[in-house]
Design a protein around this ligand. Sequence first.
Ligand code: SAH
Length: 352
Amino acid sequence: MTEGLTAVFARLIAATGPISIAHYMAEANARYYGSRDPLGAAGDFVTAPEISQMFGELIGLWLADLWQRAGRPEGACYVELGPGRGTLARDALRAARRGGLCPEVHFVETSPALKALQEAAHPGAVWHHDLSGLPTDKPLLIVANEFLDALPVRQLVRTASGWRERMVGLDADGAFLPVAGTRPMDAAVPERFATAAEGAIVEASPAAATIVQEVAGRLAAQGGAALLIDYGYAEPQLGSTLQAVRAHRKVDVFAAPGEADLTAHVDFATLGEVAEQAGARWLGTSTQGHWLAALGIGARAGSLARAAPQAAEAIEAATIRLTAPAEMGALFKVMGLAAPGWPDGAGLHRVI
Ligand code: SAH
């Protein structure tokens, strides 16, 4: 058995001093996702495509609709970042085909455990470790659900002597705890937060920004569109959103690195700006509840329930879970991007 990450980090910190939150999160999640299928009732968390086929179907219809209105360009590729079990792709591609869109399928995935599940569901797909290997000469229709939240965040904390990077150190008992780094980081703090009170935390995900920049650059160069769906906030805010989930419960972020899912909320305002600077059109950011309603989840739920009356209650419950503001409907956001010259996306006109 490989050595636990707790022991590896403890040795590293004892030998060379605290490590950054970003380092801690990146290594913990690489270990976590690389070694298991975390999804489903028996795992650690449940995602929207695992709740109902309607989620992936409406994404597939959104893509097919946009592609049709863009003039049905040849050779379009379906690209999914972090496809999990491949469930979203299965439902989206089935719906897209009904709309005349039969794309090549490309997956960006680093986890061997999840790749094995995806291979079983999508034997014809092509896998990539990052975006660099994706085709460069065809329009890309890119989807990412609960992908950006798993990418590492960097945190800066305001101390009595200025801004410092938030790090992970060891206390006297050998447990991990957050500490302030020694190097001044004032220059890295956005101006709007520079005078925040002592103890304030500024969080950012350079990794997510890099991916969105790459996505936007590809759209601008090749044509296409992207749907990025995640929990997050629409306006920049202060505070740590780093959380750990294990067996459907929130647990201490520092308790068991590599054994719990570490995520942070996605800063959609910043990512929209990054995308526009990289040459893409920002089509808008809606709440998941608003977007699914605009795309007709009510009608789809009704037709599924008529076809399978014994499942009507479960279909209704899934619809509520995906759309109600107190469930996933308000916390989750849907951000649309497209190539310049491509049309608007359905359901994204309400900018939040
Ligand atoms: N989109 C799926 C799975 C979400 S879990 C769903 O909605 O059910 C996060 C996914 O992103 C997993 O497939 C995980 O292996 C993948 N992932 C996490 N970090 C990644 C990285 N740095 N590069 C590529 N894939 C990553």
